[in-house]
Structures are given as structure tokens and as C-alpha cells.
Design a protein around this ligand. Structure first.
Ligand code: NAP
Length: 506
């Protein structure tokens, strides 16, 4: 007997939609997506700051089965990526599968019936056989813990919550943070600002960005001669695999990459005092390497100050640094990143015996077999879970590996109605041992970043080439999982091949 499980996906970004596309392409329709916002797109909906773009070229940063031959440029801007996601979702009829404006607050595994009971902020309860959280690692902006932050009298906002109503023309703008987001908006806002002060705690490793605007000839070639498009995708993938290996297995590759970054800085920052400030004092690769051709030139403009003294406090009129200087500002912009290590937070997830996932992961931090399955949390498979983020490369490639794997798990469960599975503790432990052994020698250990939590554990990054992850997830092995039977599986009033998980009950 077979019965396709019902699947509830949380999140309609690249992860959740990628899972849905994989299921649908395999002929599985018994899924629904819940999305807390009113639109799809995840980080590509949220991050609308000036200059928002992807620093992974689009031929690779796109679904392999939905290539687009007419990207305007190699490094796409946010609006183009968001439009691409929407177009693909529409093409596959996914919009009718998404319940927008629905935030999941709790998910509890009911082991008697072998189903997930999922509560939402509007008071509804959804049920499903399989739960696939796809909430990303960068969906919760982090504001810094600086004394007086609430006292600032002018407008202030986080890069992921850009206030487009604030006109920066002629204003004294204070920017905190020098990560992948800041490096994109600083060159955009610098020309309009009266004065821009960049508060830099750590200098970034910056590489040149080999961007190009695709011409009509490119578009025609990519469309009518697909091998050309595939060749570009493959070449980009190869470069990022090499960068991944530089971070992990082949540290010798770091040397030429560091030389390229050093040369880029020397060429772009002629002033030795400024160049000294912009020279990182930590291992290359420890924080995310950045790609930009206009960041350094923007910082060299006369209306910019790079301030490297620590921030002591935020005051009603600006920022006070540890040397006692008051830096007056009209606007403060926080490019201070995300709560990346708090994976799945703030959703409360309860597994077998009412165990809470955040307690299981405390205090060391998040971990999961293949980044997807946690012992004692049956039929739960995470997209973009622990240790599946990349120091270099396209996360969509990783998400596709996960979606294929989870689709196989769903197939397996369809042959086992009423049964549920979660990673065997020993399997998960040996997976984690392998990860930790590899993580030990990566540069990520030698500075603080959103890849590491307070306990020092690297909870986010994948310590190998993406091809290795694809290989390890290529096949679902039931022997890696504990399997149980629900004593009283729920009656099945709704045909499981129908669209949605069981309808909401109150
Ligand atoms: P981030 O990389 O975490 O950078 C946060 C910045 O804020 C860092 O420079 C950090 O300094 C600084 N900061 C935090 N608290 C501070 C404080 N109290 N005082 C002074 N400075 C403080 O955040 P992000 O730039 O938003 O990027 C996050 C991730 O999003 C990236 O790593 C990347 O994965 C993703 N992203 C990707 C793209 C893309 O093009 N694909 C674009 C944007 C973002 P320290 O370094 O000293 O901690």
C-alpha cells in the first residue's frame, strides 16, 4: 500500500519554493507552503537597500532546471532576482499553494498519530505528515547591542529594513558595519550624502567583481545555443568550488586569492593611511569574502570618513566613540547583519516526548544529519539547515541537493503509511564528528562572524566543496534513520494527492 504524505513547507524563499518545485516536478502535489509575509522571495523580498544585488553570478545563482538566458547582467540586482523567483513560481502554479501572511509559531510532533501539528500566529493549527522548515539563515536582522541605541533622535534603520522614505541627500549619514550588505549600499548612497561616516570594526577582504552587462548577442547565444549558457554556469561553479577548496582542503589556493585582494586594495586605495585602515587584520576567508569594484573608490571620496575607533554609545545626536569624540549624524544605518546562528528561531519545535529543539541544541548550537534531520524530530527535514551555508558558492546548488534528498525521503515514507523517521543518533553523531574534524582547520575559527555562535561552534558553514555535499546527499538511505509506527494514525479524510496538508482546524 502506498500513500503520499502531506508536506508542509515553511517559507516561500528560494528554499521553500525549491522544495515545492522538486515535489511538483516529481508529481507530488500534496504540499502547501506557509509564508509569514504578503509576498514570496525571502531575502530577495526583504533586502531592497540601494545597490542590493547578488555577488554570486546569476547563471549559477538560479535553479538548474529553470535557466534564464536574458539576465541583464552577470551579477543580478535584487529586483531581477525577485522577478525571476516570482516568474518561476507563477509558471509552476505555486502561488495557489502558498498561504501568505501566516507565521508559524509552534510545531509539535504528535507521536500518537504520527503527524506534525503546526500553530500559526493567526491562531490556526495545520497538520502534515512531513514538515520542511525553509526559513533561511538570514531572515532576522540583528541590531547591535550598543548603549543608547534607542535614544537617537533621527531616523535609523537596518539594511534589511531600508526606509526608502528617508532622503539621504545632503545628510550626515552614519553607517555601522562593513559586511556584504554595507559594501553594496555604501557606494550607492555616498554620492548623495552630505557626509558619510563609516564605523568599521573589521576591515573586509574585498575581491574584484568580474561583472558584465549581457548584450543582446549574449542573450541570443544563451537562448539559441544552450551549451554556451551551460559553459558559463559550469565555469562559475568551478571558480567557486576552487574558492571553497581554498577555505577547506587546499589552503595553498588562498595565496593567489589573498594576492588578488591585496592588489585590488593597492590599486583602488592610493592613500596609504586609508589603505592601512582598510587592510584586514584577520585571516582571509574567516568572514565572508566580498566582491566589489566600487566600495573602495567610494570610501576614498572627500565626503567620507572611515572611523575605526570603537563605538562607545549612541546618543540623541549621533555616535560617541571610545576616544570621547561625538560624531553628529542625521541618519544611522545599521548594516550589522542577522541572527544567523539562531537557526529556526523563533519557531518553537517539539519532537518525540515533547523535547524542544532549541533545548536540544543548547548550549552548543544547531546540528543536524546532512543539515536536514535531527534525532527525535521525526519527519522533519530542514532546508538550509545547520552547516549548509557556503563561504563561497551558490546556496541554490545546496538547496537543490536538499530538495532532491527530501523528495526521496517523501517517496520512502509514501511506501510506509503511518510510519515516521528521524536520523539515528549514531548516524548523526558520526556526521557531526566528520564535520567538526573538517571545520577545525578552516579559517572560520579565527575571528568572530555570524558563522560561529557564542560557544565557538561553527553552526552555519559547510566545510567542503558543494560537489561533496551533492554526493553525500545523492541518495536517501533508510538505514540512516530510526523508524517508528504511530499507534493511532489519523483517519485520512482528505485524499493525500490533493493539494494541501489537512485544512486548518481551530
Ligand atoms: P554581516 O556580514 O554579518 O556584517 C555585519 C557587520 O556589522 C560587520 O562588519 C560587523 O563587524 C558589523 N557590526 C556588527 N555589530 C557591530 C557593532 N556593535 N559595532 C560595530 N560594528 C558592528 O552582515 P551583512 O553584511 O548583512 O551580511 C550577512 C550575510 O548576508 C553575508 O555574509 C552573506 O551571506 C549575505 N549577503 C549576501 C549578499 C550577496 O550578494 N550574495 C549580499 C548581502 C548579504 P565585525 O565584522 O567586526 O563583526
Amino acid at each position: 500500500m502506498t500513500r503520499t504524505p502531506s508536506i508542509l513547507i515553511i517559507g516561500a524563499g528560494f528554499g521553500g519554493l525549491g522544495m515545492a518545485l522538486e515535489l511538483q516536478r516529481a508529481g507530488i502535489e500534496s504540499f502547501a507552503i506557509v509564508e509569514k509575509a504578503a509576498d514570496l522571495g525571502g531575502v530577495w523580498r526583504e533586502n531592497t537597500y540601494p545597490g542590493a544585488a547578488c555577488d554570486v553570478p546569476s547563471p549559477l545563482y538560479s535553479w538548474s532546471f529553470e535557466p534564464k538566458s536574458d539576465w541583464p547582467r552577470r551579477y543580478s540586482e535584487q529586483a531581477d532576482i525577485h522577478a525571476y523567483i516570482r516568474k518561476v513560481a507563477e509558471k509552476y502554479g505555486l502561488l495557489r499553494k502558498i498561504r501568505f501572511g501566516t507565521e508559524v509559531t509552534d510545531a509539535e510532533f504528535d507521536e500518537r498519530q504520527g503527524i506534525w501539528q503546526v500553530r500559526t500566529s493567526d491562531g490556526a493549527t495545520l497538520t502534515a505528515d512531513v514538515l520542511v522548515p525553509a526559513v533561511g539563515q538570514l531572515s532576522r536582522p540583528a541590531l547591535p547591542n550598543i548603549p543608547g541605541i534607542e535614544t537617537f533622535a533621527g531616523p535609523s534603520f537596518h539594511s534589511a529594513e531600508w526606509d526608502h522614505g528617508v532622503d539621504l541627500t545632503g545628510k550626515r549619514v552614519a553607517c555601522i558595519g562593513t559586511g556584504a550588505s554595507a559594501i553594496q549600499y555604501i557606494p550607492e548612497i555616498q554620492p548623495a550624502a552630505g557626509h558619510l561616516t563609516l564605523f568599521q570594526r573589521s576591515a573586509a577582504w574585498v575581491l574584484p567583481r568580474f561583472d558584465t552587462r549581457y548584450s543582446a548577442t549574449h542573450h541570443a547565444l544563451f537562448k539559441h545555443f544552450p551549451p554556451s549558457r551551460l559553459a558559463e554556469r559550469f565555469a562559475i561553479w568551478g571558480v567557486f568550488e576552487l574558492l571553497s577548496l581554498a577555505l577547506t582542503d587546499l589552503p595553498a589556493i588562498r595565496k593567489p586569492v589573498i594576492a588578488l585582494a591585496d592588489r585590488h586594495r593597492t590599486q583602488q586605495v592610493p592613500d596609504p593611511v586609508l589603505r592601512e585602515k582598510l587592510t584586514p587584520d584577520y585571516q582571509a576567508g574567516c568572514k565572508r569574502g566580498l566582491f566589489s569594484n566600487d566600495y573602495f573608490p567610494a570610501l576614498a571620496q572627500p565626503n567620507v570618513t572611515v572611523e575605526t575607533t570603537d563605538i562607545e554609545a549612541i546618543t540623541p545626536t549621533g555616535i560617541r566613540t571610545a576616544d570621547g569624540t561625538e560624531h553628529e549624524a542625521d541618519v544611522i544605518i545599521y548594516g550589522t547583519g542577522f541572527k544567523g546562528t539562531e537557526i529556526l528561531s523563533p519557531i518553537n519545535i517539539y519532537g518525540i516526548g515533547g523535547r524542544k529543539l532549541s533545548d536540544e541544541w543548547s548550549p552548543e548550537g544547531a546540528r543536524a544529519y546532512l543539515g536536514m534531520s535531527v534525532p527525535g524530530f521525526p519527519n522533519l527535514f530542514m532546508m538550509y539547515g545547520p552547516n549548509t551555508n557556503l563561504g563561497a558558492g551558490s546556496i541554490i546548488y545546496m538547496l537543490e541537493s536538499q530538495a532532491r534528498y527530501i523528495r526521496q525521503a517523501v517517496h520512502y515514507l509514501s511506501t510506509r503509511p503511518g510510519r515516521f523517521i528521524s536520523a539515528r543518533p549514531a548516524t548523526e553523531q558520526s556526521w557531526d564528528d566528520w564535520l567538526q574534524k573538517r571545520l577545525k582547520d578552516t579559517p572560520w575559527n579565527f575571528c568572530s562572524s555570524w558563522y560561529r555562535n557564542a560557544s565557538g561552534r561553527i553552526t552555519n558553514n559547510w566545510p567542503a566543496a558543494t560537489a561533496i555535499y551533492r554526493w553525500k546527499t545523492r541518495r536517501f538511505h533508510p538505514t540512516d534513520y530510526d523508524e517508528s509506527t504511530a499507534p493511532t494514525p489519523p483517519p485520512d479524510p482528505h485524499p493525500r494527492h490533493d493539494a494541501t496538508p489537512h485544512p486548518p482546524t481551530r
